[in-house]
Design a binder for this molecule. Sequence first.
Ligand SMILES: Cc1cc2nc3c(=O)[nH]c(=O)nc-3n(C[C@H](O)[C@H](O)[C@H](O)COP(=O)(O)OP(=O)(O)OC[C@H]3O[C@@H](n4cnc5c(N)ncnc54)[C@H](O)[C@@H]3O)c2cc1C
Length: 466
Amino acid sequence: MPKPPDSLWWATRDDDATIRPPLSGSVDVDVAIVGGGYTGLWTARELLAVDPTLRIAVVEAHVCGFGASGRNGGWASALFPVSDDVLERRFGYETLQHLHRQLASAVGDLGDAIARDAIDADFVHGGTYTFATTEPQEHRLRDAAKSAAESGRGGEMQWLEQAALRERANVANSRGGLFSPQCARIHPAKLVRGLARAVERAGGRIYEDSLVTRIEAGTHRRRPRVVTTGGTVSAEFVVRATEAFSTGLPGERRTVAPIYSLMIATEPQDETFWSQHGFDDYATFADDRHLIIYGQRTADNRIAFGGRGAPYHFGSSVEPRFDHSPRVFDLLLTTLREFFPDLRGGYDYAWGGPLGMPRDLMPSVWVDYESGLAAAGGYTGDGVVLSYLSGRIMSQLLTTPSTPTADTTLPFVQRRSRHWEIEPFRYVGINAGLTLAAWADRVEEHRQVESRASGLLDRLFDQFPP
Ligand SMILES: Cc1cc2nc3c(=O)[nH]c(=O)nc-3n(C[C@H](O)[C@H](O)[C@H](O)COP(=O)(O)OP(=O)(O)OC[C@H]3O[C@@H](n4cnc5c(N)ncnc54)[C@H](O)[C@@H]3O)c2cc1C
């Protein structure tokens, strides 16, 4: 069984991750969940909060937290993978505002849910900074703050001039930037491991080391089933919560594209460093480049810093060797040193993992009441809060299907994205998109003018109906 990569998070988790016994024989429950990441575990936890008598089984191929949930950047943010412009065009202004409200409160709700189960996940609701590190970034971020103010959401996004920003978050290469209060910092692995224990305390069963080889739809004669080499679970509903790893299941090869994001963690930085740079509120940070980067000051005063840039692998393959790329790790360290030239040491940890990107970038939570099959995921890189919200939505769809709520009326509920193209078109298209994003950043950095590639990238994902 593959082990999770040697990340900072796995090395500093708060349990020994002893593997739970695998599924063996036939089991019958009310809800079977495939995947022991945030989506699967929040679905289980929220269902048990609504009805503690429900019989729930979570079936995980490796250990809970093996996937992106145990390896991510620890941004619990109100970010959504699709841009506001596209969302407004597809769903209208009211729906967009509704989505913003639900996402904003979901950051705090996640904190409350973690507190309800006394999970110590280093959750600090300190907000997030987006630094402008080039002139085009400065234009875009000032515009974003202006439009937020015009639509009555100025409190969500505030432009700070260079001097004011340096008082709070002092990085070498910023020309000013945005502050948003809508983000909390977490320790990803402590969250997912603590959540698994909370599910068990609430009465859920978790089977680890249990690779699901098939999910079978229910018929009028038989309940839907989850099949592993060691056993089966039949249930009223089967929820697939396998995100980027979905591509290994029959029929799911083109549901999402696994995109790799890689991370490094520095050694702990001393008091002099932090008194120079601030980040006293543990706000997360990024800039506005196209090839996304993300950072956080950890509880033990390191910087955990990640970014995209690793290639997409042909055929949507997901393999442990793709979690490492010395080239990308070195690039990340170089970029981090541009923010913090006095950074001490190199990196103590370096790792990566796949996230699930749907063809139109829209996440989805759906239930098919006929077949008893359901699924949630496709958050691209914004799944920490979205997976919590999706678990909550899934529990509402399963327990009170005919009662619409503020959650179940969100635009990503009861919809599915179209499939990705077949190979080699997928491989060529995604890697061309990644190259274009990197090229746009280089142009903007060297010429200080907005690259035309930005418009092309937006159009690439905006040509498909919801
Ligand atoms: C490096 C990195 C950094 C990221 N940073 C952030 C961030 O800062 N903020 C943010 O919001 N999001 C971030 N994300 C995305 C976020 O981590 C994910 O969206 C989220 O964790 C998805 O949770 P999940 O439970 O849906 O999927 P996962 O955590 O990937 O869990 C899926 C689980 O399903 C299991 N599984 C798959 N197939 C099977 C099968 N056949 N049988 C049984 N089990 C199976 C897997 O083993 C895995 O444990 C990042 C992702 C990565 C990779």
